[in-house]
Every structure is written in structure tokens, then in C-alpha cells.
Design a protein around this ligand. Structure first.
Ligand code: DHB
Ligand code: FE
Length: 288
């Protein structure tokens, strides 16, 4: 019911690029040290393996299914889909654990499609887009403050989202490089205003092993339309979040389980053609 013939990203293109980025560790704003504590390794890996072994026992998994699992794991590697699979099916739990000890605005998963080195813009900013960029013109605006209410002058809002057809630049061949991506520096009151196009719902690539597994289980491969944001300010913890849209048919049934009620926008018409606008403030926690 919720599947389509057409996927908005093809597995091989998206997967290989996302793998390169994950391997490079470009998302260093989240990575910690590289040391491995033996007790911690035994405890985390032991629990993960026991989870799988217990599924085998409970479900009476057959050799045929075990062999299919091996072939599937190999296909995930071959197509470069590990970042995609992990970000869709596991990242939201890691994010929930992280959120237990975090203050400030509600966050959610990063996902596999963040890119470094995008256009550096000053607020008010228009994201790079094609002359005839399709979709509803949208303004997202607000203020970045610290948890004590201090406006964070010079905070940065790194934003990326799909186009009106659900394609991400840098991962699908259709949009040009850098389309609908940018890093916007806020004004001296921490205020930002970003002009873009409303994104569209997105299906994970259906031609790769992650999509095939999803369809095999009869699950929806859709993500509700969303805008990704990394909000940064010196001396403050980076906020990784996404914003969704009220009325989206896939809210509450996000394949990546990343939607949260606090993250839903209800944009209003501005009166300028069919342009819409949402205001959203962000609160960052001082770094410990
Ligand atoms: C995937 C896509 C997203 O847009 C996202 O935010 C998370 C995961 C994916 O295709 O894996
Ligand atoms: Fe996304």
C-alpha cells in the first residue's frame, strides 16, 4: 500500500557515496576517542550477539534462512549500504540513549546524507537551487539561544533536504551538486532566515538489500518529508535534528523511526504567492 514502483535514490549511487563518507569519519562532530575497552567490548558485543542468537532460538531459524542472511549481509557490503541500513534501523535507538543525558532542543538521527563543504551563507539566505527549482517556496526562520536564554550570535545552521521529488543532491544523479544544502551563519542575535523549497517524502532505495529486506517484511519504505539540521555554536553541543510537516501521510510510520511530535512544523501561507513559512527556535546546551 505504501510502496511505489519508483525509488527516489538508487541503491548503488547512494550506498557507495554514503560508505565513503562514513569510512572517512567526516562527521567528526559526533565521534569520540578510538580506544576499545575490553570489558565494554565484551558487554556490548556479547549482548548484540545474544540478541541474534535468541532470535534464532525463538524463531527456530533454518539453515536456508541462515544462508539467506549471509547472502544478504554480503549484498549490504557490496552495495555500500551499511550506513543506510544502520541509520534507518538502528541509529534512532543510539540517538535516544544519547538524548537521555542531553539538554536543549529535541534532536533526532543524522542519517546517511549529510555532506561536508557546502555553501557558506549569511542570514537571510537562499539555499543553492536550480533556476526552475520545483516545489513550494518555503521560509524557515528562528533564533538560536543557549539553555540560559542567551542569544548565540554567529551560530550556524547547516541544512540539507530533498527536492520536491524526494532526491538528495550528492546522492542521486538528478539534482546538481550542492542543491538545497548550505551552512547559514546567524546574525548577531542568533537569528536565521532560510529560503528554500518544501521537501517531499522519500523512500529508501528499493533496489538494494535494505529496501528489499524492508519490502520482504511488508514494511513501509517511506520517510515523511523532512529537513535535516545541524545547529552549532562555539562552546555548545551540536544539535542534530530534523523537522517534519503536519499532515504528512508518513508521520508516525517513518521507516527510520526518526520522527517525533516535537519536531513537526505547521507552516503558514505568507501571502506571497504559494510561499509558506515556519518559525523554529533552537536551544543549545553549553559543552561540559
Ligand atoms: C535515509 C534517508 C534519510 O533521508 C534519512 O534521513 C535517514 C536515512 C536512508 O535512506 O537510509
Ligand atoms: Fe533524510
Amino acid at each position: 500500500m505504501t510502496t511505489t514502483e519508483q525509488s527516489t535514490t538508487d541503491a548503488a549511487t547512494a550506498g557507495s557515496h554514503a560508505t565513503e563518507i562514513a569510512r572517512s569519519g567526516a562527521a567528526t562532530f559526533r565521534t569520540g576517542g578510538g580506544s576499545v575497552d575490553q570489558q565494554r567490548a565484551a558487554s556490548v558485543i556479547g549482548a548484540a550477539l545474544e540478541g541474534i542468537r535468541s532470535a534464532i532460538r525463538e524463531q527456530k531459524v533454518t539453515y536456508e534462512e541462515f544462508d539467506a542472511f549471509k547472502r544478504w549481509l554480503i549484498a549490504v557490503s557490496d552495495t555500500g549500504e551499511w550506513p543506510l541500513f544502520l541509520d534507518v534501523y538502528l541509529e534512532f535507538e543510539v540517538e535516544k540513549v544519547a538524548a537521555e543525558t542531553q539538554d536543549g532542543s529535541v534532536g533526532t538521527i543524522l542519517g546517511p546524507f549529510w555532506l561536508d563543504g557546502q555553501a557558506q551563507l549569511s542570514s537571510p539566505a537562499t539555499l543553492p537551487m536550480r533556476d526552475d527549482e520545483p516545489g513550494t517556496p518555503m521560509i524557515l526562520a528562528g533564533q538560536v539561544t543557549a539553555t540560559d536564554g542567551t542569544p548565540l550570535a554567529g551560530a550556524k545552521v547547516d541544512i540539507w533536504h530533498t527536492d520536491d521529488e524526494g532526491w538528495y543532491s550528492g546522492f542521486a544523479s538528478k539534482p546538481p551538486a550542492g542543491n538545497l544544502r548550505g551552512v547559514v551563519t546567524c546574525d548577531d542575535q542568533g537569528r536565521y532566515e532560510i529560503h528554500t523549497r518544501k521537501p517531499a517524502p522519500y523512500t529508501i532505495p528499493l533496489d538494494g538489500p535494505t529496501g528489499q529486506m524492508t519490502l520482504a517484511a511488508g514494511w513501509s519504505p517511506w520517510r515523511p518529508a523532512h529537513i535535516h539540521l545541524l545547529v552549532t555554536a562555539p562552546g555548545h553541543r551540536t544539535l542534530t535534528t530534523q523537522l517534519f510537516f503536519t499532515g504528512d501521510p508518513y508521520l508516525g510510520n517513518d521507516v527510520a523511526s526518526a520522527d517525533k511530535p516535537e519536531l513537526t512544523l505547521d507552516p503558514q501561507r505568507t501571502g506571497n504567492g504559494d510561499e509558506i513559512r515556519s518559525d523554529r527556535d533552537f536551544v543549545l546546551e553549553p559543552e561540559a
